[in-house]
Write a protein that binds this ligand. Structure first.
Ligand code: 0WD
Length: 255
């Protein structure tokens, strides 16, 4: 019996075996959760299927969060299998690659700004809007953020602004959904080599600096982020809402 036994949780944001959402799915499954999954496009479907299969799930739904229609269809379709469920994980972020390199002021564009905020921040509340009628009491909504929301970090650029928006979104969503006993939190993960990270210039250098400066002298793993997400999704975290939990080996308190 795990801490998530009896919970049904939807996972969005798997793009590969190395995705943070993959680590979260594995950890939640180990803790007894029943899982459903979304995939961005046909190219990624087979990768998500592999994770779903080992987590004992056949519930897979396409969803590009840029489309309100696809988000609506996702929850209508999911309701056929799960009339009610206990939350979702939003591990989705995107900004055009050319905005994530060099001098922020030069690199940012109106379109890059809009896309980064739309896909990385608005999509979290867009999903919550459509999921709301189907969420049980004590549901938990979890998103992923990064220290670049709090500090001006090299190359993270407009994604830092989008993450700052996402963290504010977490607080407003928590205030709004709290009366239904639905909790909303973010995990601020340390840097992890994933597909999304490959879009950030000089990421390898960031990892070396991170290991040197963090309180615990190593990089964070997707399994460790998964463990923290499982906790936040569980009733053990019943009074935790509107928070940004740093799962970063203490980097944010030593630098
Ligand atoms: O160091 C890191 N990797 C950190 C990542 C540190 C702290 C936070 N994060 C955040 C990311 O910003 C993101 O919000 O964690 C979240 C998950 O990122 P990840 O696991 O690092 O990256 P990845 O494996 O690439 O998964 C993100 C996925 C996309 O991957 P690709 O590589 O195809 O862009 O987000 C999904 C997609 O599967 N995604 C979308 N899903 C639905 N609709 C969309 C979209 N429009 N755009 C991207």
């Amino acid at each position: 019996m795990g801490i998530l036994t009896g919970k049904k949780i939807l996972i969005a944001g798997i793009a590969s075996e190395r995705s943070i959402a993959t680590g979260i799915a594995d950890a939640m499954y180990q803790q007894g959760a029943e899982l459903a999954f979304t995939y961005l496009n046909e190219k990624l479907k087979s990768r998500v299927e592999k994770v779903a299969e080992r987590c004992g799930s056949t519930l897979l739904y396409p969803c590009d969060v840029a489309s309100d229609e696809q988000i609506k269809d996702l929850f209508t379709d999911l309701a056929q299998e799960w009339p009610k469920f206990d939350g979702f994980v939003h591990a989705i972020g995107f900004a055009p690659k050319e905005t994530l390199v060099g001098d922020y002021v030069n690199a940012v564009t109106r379109e890059g700004f809009q896309v980064a905020h739309d896909i990385s921040s608005y999509s979290f509340v867009a999903m919550a809007k459509e999921a709301r009628p189907y969420l049980n009491e004590k549901s938990s909504l979890i998103t992923l953020t990064y220290l670049g929301a709090e500090r001006a970090l090299p190359n993270y650029n407009v994604m830092g602004l989008a993450k700052a928006s996402l963290e504010a979104n977490v607080r407003y969503m928590a205030a709004s959904l709290g009366r239904e006993d639905i909790r909303v939190n973010a995990i601020s993960a340390g840097p992890i080599r994933t597909l999304a990270a490959a879009g950030i210039s000089n990421f390898r250098k960031m990892l070396t600096q991170f290991e040197r400066a963090a309180a615990i002298k190593r990089c964070v793993t997707i399994e460790e982020v998964g463990g923290s997400a499982a906790f936040l999704a569980s009733d053990l975290a019943a009074a935790v809402t509107g928070q940004v939990l740093h799962v970063d080996n203490g980097f944010s308190i030593t630098t």
